[in-house]
Every structure is written in structure tokens, then in C-alpha cells.
Design a protein around this ligand. Sequence first.
Ligand code: TTP
Ligand code: MG
Length: 352
Amino acid sequence: MRIILHVDLDAFFASVEQREHPEYRGLPVVVGANPKGGKGRGVVSTASYEARKYGIHSGMPISKAYKLCPNAIFLPVNFSLYEKVSSRIMNILREHADKFEQVSIDEAFLDVSKRVKDFDQARQLAILIKEKIWESENLTCSIGIGPNKLIAKIASGFKKPDGLTVVRPEEVEKFLSPLPVEEIPGIGKKTKKILNEMGIKTIGDLAKTNVSLLIEKFGKIGIFFHLASHGIDESEVEEEYEIKSLGREHTFEKDMEDVLFIHKTLESLAKEVWEELKRENLTYRTITVKVRYEDFETHTHSKTLNFQTDSLEEMIKAGKELLEPFLYSEKRIRLIGIRVSKLKEERIKKLK
Ligand code: TTP
Ligand code: MG
């Protein structure tokens, strides 16, 4: 049995600003583009919970946010500050995990299966983590605890801000079934609309839907929706990259949704990695793909082959396979990367 924590900071950018400027505490704060008296272009990065009461949220045009609450405190994005705070918090989190995976600037998974003996101990650990973050950074977070990443992630969003939600394996179905389908990561506005039109509103409705119908409507990703609706998720908490590895990344000049172009880019990155492998006389066994969306949410996904290889074809095939689920998001892709690890010197293979 696994025990996974998902930690997500509350209104992260806005909370950092409120901490830096105590006079903004308790007031509506909107971080993002300049509203220019309602004529500004660009969007809201995030809003404090006080500002959310006016209906302001991430991704909303800044002009609309201004209309909803002209008296809010509008601040520019100070990304380098948030990154510094984030990396200190990630260091705290890393210390408390057997396996650690940072997902975005304010979000991480912790696999604590080895260091706690049950969900009660996991709850105690989560309380300790919250206290540490509060003491050292004066910030609150919400934590979800579950038997896998999917449940932990949904649980962390269940009660926000400053929430702590524990979902034990035997509670998974009861927990998921009343939630709206869009709580499942990967189900965005478009998919939600199609599901709702099919009469599927809650995760419970989705769980009762025949998987072949979902595949017919959505293709392969339908299988993922089916498994997710039953709370099944086998994916591991993955340390970003192993140290002994070779990789390449590419940031697109403009955020990208063209699948063909993304595939082309992946192929050329793989080729560069492969050329370096050849130079170093190495074979690999694990392929990791990294995807960063326009809002900086970052994912890595790995596959380990059951043989060492130096094949470029194999690398590209696995890379595309790993990339596939990320191409269905409604968000545009900002960066992709490919990395190979579990490296061995080819010489050893030849001697065998
Ligand atoms: P989130 O964790 O999605 O949001 P949040 O931390 O502001 O609020 P919540 O309490 O609901 O977790 O995103 C983390 C930060 O990433 C957020 O503070 C600002 C940034 N961000 C954007 O810049 N654009 C976006 O569209 C989103 C969703 C987030
Ligand atoms: Mg957050």
C-alpha cells in the first residue's frame, strides 16, 4: 500500500505579496497584468482569497478583474521572488519524503509510504509540514493524502485554503463519487461539456459509464477517465531526473498546441541526446519526458525498458508515448524535454 501527499500552496503569488506587504493582508490582491484603469490587456495570474470573493480567478482577463473589483490591489508578477520562496519550500518538503516530485512552482507530490506506518501518521506528518512552512515562510498550504497521486491531488483541492484532507483506500469511492467530473486532472472545459451532454456530471456518473463508450467518444484517453473515476492511478512519484542522465529541452518561442510540430521538436531533441550517447559510448534504459504548460505547470513522465539500448527509434517511440497524455490538455505547451537515464557504457554490453 502506498501513502502519497500532495501539497499545494494557497493563492501562492498573492500570498507571497501579502507576506512581503503586511498592509495588504485581508485585502483583495490581484497579481498579473497591469489593469490600466480597466483598459489593460493580459490576464490574472492569481488572486488572493479576498479577491476571489468578487469572482476573480487565474486566467481571467485583467480588464474583467478590474471591473469586478476596481479597488483591489493590482500587482505585477515578481516571478524571481516567488521562485526563491518556492525553492526553499520545496527543500522543506523534500526532507519529508521517500520520493519527491515537484509538479509546478507551488505544488509537489511526496511518497511517504516508507516513513509512516498508516494514514494517521501521515496526517501527523502533514500537520508538521504545514507548521514548518508557516514558521519559516509565513505561508499556508493545503495538503491531500491518498493511496495514489490522483486521489492526493484531488484531496488537496478539496478544502482550501489551509486544508488537510485524508482519503483512506476504503473511502476513495465515497470521496470521489459526488465530485464534478472536472475534478479529474485532464478533464477541462471541453471534455466536461461533452460529458455533461452525455448526462455525466459527477465522477460517480463517470464510474458507471461503460468504458467502451468513453473510448468511442474520447479515444485512448477514455481509458484514463474510466480508471480515474474508480480512483485507480498506478503512476509513481518520480524524482525529476536522475543525476546520471543525458537530456535536452526546448522552450517554444510561442506557447504551442501544434501536435505535429511538438513531435518534430521531440524527434530533434531525441536525436541530439542520441548523438551525445554515441559520443559517450553509452546505452540507456529509462526515457523521461518533461512538459511545461503555459502557466508553468510542469510534469515529467518516465518509462523504463527491460533492456539496455542505444536505439534512437526506441527513444522517439517511448518519448511520443509518454508525451501523448499531455497533448490533450487545453493548455498550450511552453517547453518539452527528453532525457535518458540508467546509463551504462556500451563496452560492457559488447563484452557480454
Ligand atoms: P495554483 O496552485 O493553481 O493557484 P494558487 O496557488 O494561486 O491558488 P490555490 O489556493 O487555488 O492553489 O497556481 C500556483 C501559482 O501559479 C499561482 O499563484 C499563480 C500561478 N498561475 C498562473 O500564473 N496562471 C494560472 O493560470 C494559474 C492557474 C496559476
Ligand atoms: Mg496553489
